[in-house]
Design a protein around this ligand. Structure first.
Ligand code: SF4
Length: 187
């Protein structure tokens, strides 16, 4: 299977996301070795994202593939709404270059279904955007945002999977995402 247009889409998306993460860097704690975002989620992905992940998987050594197969078996026994991604090995993504969109966008403030600030869950454990997170309210603390003397105000980005898949660029490049479901349901 050819992924030329999808790879071009990812190239532009990654470049835009790098600017977004840089712009919000005062609030971001992402660093190598932190894998919390891969340890609990349902990871909604589309068919093309899954096929692209499997392209990365096919390139792995057989011992790594065996670990992933075992992880899949294990995670299939648990809660499909919250599980550790089977591709996570020793706190690293084994298919990083081929990871799906939700893994690329995770970490910034996004618009939730009500149009409010949707915090990445790591805000609750002192990580991204925790400086402006009101744990009692479970949302943005305007007081902390104003008192914090940040150089850049926290910005809410429209980065849900649906928004990303509906970007005009996807149409221009003719990217057919296909069916969307939880990663575990593809495996
Ligand atoms: S695919 Fe990689 S980045 Fe995405 S949740 Fe799994 S281990 Fe994490």
């Amino acid at each position: 299977m050819e992924f030329g247009n999808y790879e071009e889409f990812l190239r532009v998306l990654d470049s835009d996301l790098a600017k977004i993460f840089e712009y919000q860097k005062e609030y971001i704690y992402c660093k190598p070795g932190c894998s919390l975002c891969c340890e609990r989620g349902n990871y909604p992905i589309s068919k093309i994202e899954f096929d692209y992940m499997m392209k990365g998987y096919d390139r792995l050594e057989s011992d790594i593939k065996n670990i992933i197969k075992k992880n899949i078996e294990e995670q299939k026994k648990g809660d499909p709404e919250s599980y550790t991604c089977p591709f996570l090995i020793e706190h690293k993504c084994s298919i990083y270059e081929n990871r799906p969109i939700v893994c690329r966008t995770f970490g910034v403030l996004t618009e939730d279904a009500k149009g409010q600030a949707g915090f990445p869950f790591c805000a609750t454990v002192g990580l991204n955007y925790s400086k402006i997170y009101d744990s009692e309210k479970g949302g943005l603390s305007s007081e902390l945002a104003f008192k914090g003397k940040f150089k850049i105000f926290p910005k809410i980005f429209r980065l849900s999977n649906k928004v990303v898949m509906d970007l005009p660029l996807a149409k221009e490049l003719n990217v057919d995402f296909g069916e969307v479901k939880r990663m575990i349901d593809f495996l």
